[in-house]
Design a protein around this ligand. Structure first.
Ligand SMILES: [Cu+2]
Length: 366
C-alpha cells in the first residue's frame, strides 16, 4: 500500500480505526512505441521512439491473471538509477496500476534479521495486515488471522512502514491496454504493486501482483523527458491546460503538496476516457479503496469504470513524473484516487475537440 512521509498522520487514525475494528471483531491504446515529443518554440517535433525494450531505462511490467493469481512480470529486477520509464502492459481485462514505493532500511534490516526474502517480509508485514483490515470492512467476509503480524504487539505495522517512499509509477490502465510513466529512481530497493481489488475484495497485491525492483548506484544517464503539457496536483485540486489537442502527449505531473485524506493515503492523478455510459458519479465513487465496492476490478465481476489510460501514482511534495499517452478527440477526466474526488476538485472533465494539430493548442492554466 501507499504511504508517505506523513504516515505518522496516516497511521494514527488508521491504528485508531483498527483499534475500533478489533474491539468489534473481538480481536491505453498500445503505446509501446509511442514517440517522445519535445517542446521547441511551441512546436512539437517527433523524435525516435522512447527507449526500446532492451534499453536500460525502460522497465516493462506485464499485468496478467493466472488462475486465481494476479501477477506482474517485470522485464528486469535490477536496473541502474535515474529517469526510468515504466511501460505497464495490461494483458488482462481488468484495470491495474503499478505503484512504486521505496523500501525503508528498517524493512531491509528486519528481513535480514528474520532470514527472509525482502519481498516475503514486506508482504507479511504490510500487504497481509492491509488485507486483514480490508476484510474487516467487507460484510460477512471471513477474517484470516494468519494475516496479522505477531512481531509487533503494540502496533499494527512496523515502525519502518511510515518511512516507505512514494515514488510514483503508472496509473490505472484499463484491460488489454498499455501505458507509460517516467519517474526518477535513486539507488535502493522498491516495491512495485497494484492494490486494485478482485470481486471478493482481495487486493491484487495480496494475490501476488507485487514485485521487488533493485535500483543500483550505477547511473543510466537517461535524460529527463521533454513534455507537451503540464498537470499540477495539490490539495487545492488538479490544475491543467484545458486546451489539449489530439495526438501524442507527454504530461509533466507535478505534486505541489501532499496531504492525507479520509482513506489514509495521499493524492495522485489518473486519466480516464469518459466513454458513453461512464458517469462522473460512478468514477468518483470507485476511487476509495476502503469502500467495499471501491477500487474493484475483476474479470469475473465488475471491471470498474472504463477506460483508464494511465497517470502518475502518489509522489512526495515537490516531486514530478511524466505520463505518456496518445489522445483521440473525445471526453476525458483527470481524477485522483481519493474519496469523493469531485468535491475536492480532483475529478476534472475536459474535451479534446476534433481538427486541431497535436500539441498546438493554446497554453496556460485555467
Ligand atoms: Cu491490479
Amino acid at each position: 500500500m501507499k504511504s508517505n512521509k506523513q504516515t505518522k498522520i496516516i497511521l494514527k487514525p488508521f491504528l485508531a480505526t483498527l483499534a475500533v475494528v478489533f474491539l468489534f471483531t473481538a480481536c491505453s491504446e498500445n503505446l509501446s512505441t509511442s514517440p517522445d515529443a519535445i517542446i521547441s518554440n511551441n512546436e512539437i517535433q517527433s523524435q525516435p521512439s522512447l527507449a526500446t525494450h532492451s534499453s536500460p531505462n525502460v522497465v516493462e511490467i506485464i499485468a496478467k491473471h493466472e488462475g486465481a493469481d494476479y501477477i506482474f512480470e517485470l522485464s528486469a529486477d535490477e536496473i541502474p538509477s535515474g529517469w526510468t520509464t515504466f511501460r505497464l502492459i495490461n494483458e488482462s481485462h481488468s484495470t491495474h496500476f503499478a505503484y512504486i514505493a521505496g523500501v525503508p532500511q528498517g524493512a531491509i534490516d528486519g528481513a535480514v534479521e528474520d532470514e527472509e526474502e525482502l519481498l516475503d517480509y514486506w508482504i507479511q508485514h504490510v500487504t497481509n495486515p492491509f488485507q486483514f483490515f480490508m476484510d474487516t470492512l467487507i460484510p460477512d467476509k471471513e477474517l484470516n488471522y494468519d494475516n496479522l503480524p505477531t512481531k509487533y504487539a503494540d502496533s499494527f505495522f512496523p515502525y519502518w512502514f511510515e518511512q516507505a517512499l512514494p515514488n510514483g509509477g503508472p496509473g490505472f490502465v484499463g484491460g488489454m491496454r498499455s501505458t507509460e510513466t517516467t519517474v526518477y529512481l535513486e539507488e535502493g530497493e522498491y516495491i512495485v504493486e497494484c492494490y486494485v481489488k478482485n470481486a471478493v475484495g482481495d487486493f491484487h497485491s495480496y494475490l501476488n501482483m507485487i514485485e521487488l525492483l533493485t535500483v543500483t548506484d550505477e547511473e543510466s544517464g537517461a535524460v529527463e523527458p521533454a513534455y507537451t503539457s503540464e498537470v499540477t496536483v495539490s490539495s487545492n485540486g488538479i490544475e491543467f491546460d484545458r486546451h489539449i489537442s489530439a495526438g501524442e502527449h507527454t504530461f509533466k505531473v507535478t505534486f505541489e503538496d501532499q496531504i492525507v485524506y479520509d482513506h489514509l493515503l495521499g493524492h495522485d492523478v489518473h486519466l480516464i476516457r469518459m466513454d458513453k455510459g461512464t458517469s462522473v458519479a460512478e468514477v468518483g465513487k470507485w476511487m476509495n479503496w476502503m469502500a467495499p465496492d471501491g477500487l474493484v476490478s475483476s474479470s469475473s465481476a465488475s471491471l470498474g469504470p472504463a477506460t483508464f489510460l494511465g497517470g502518475v501514482q502518489t509522489m512526495t511534495a515537490g516531486s514530478h513524473g511524466y505520463f505518456h499517452v496518445e489522445l483521440e478527440p473525445g471526453r476525458y477526466a483527470w481524477v485522483s484516487e481519493i474519496p469523493d474526488p469531485h468535491s475536492n476538485q480532483m475529478l476534472e472533465v475536459f474535451n479534446i475537440p476534433r481538427g486541431e494539430a497535436a500539441g498546438r493548442g493554446q497554453r496556460g492554466r485555467r
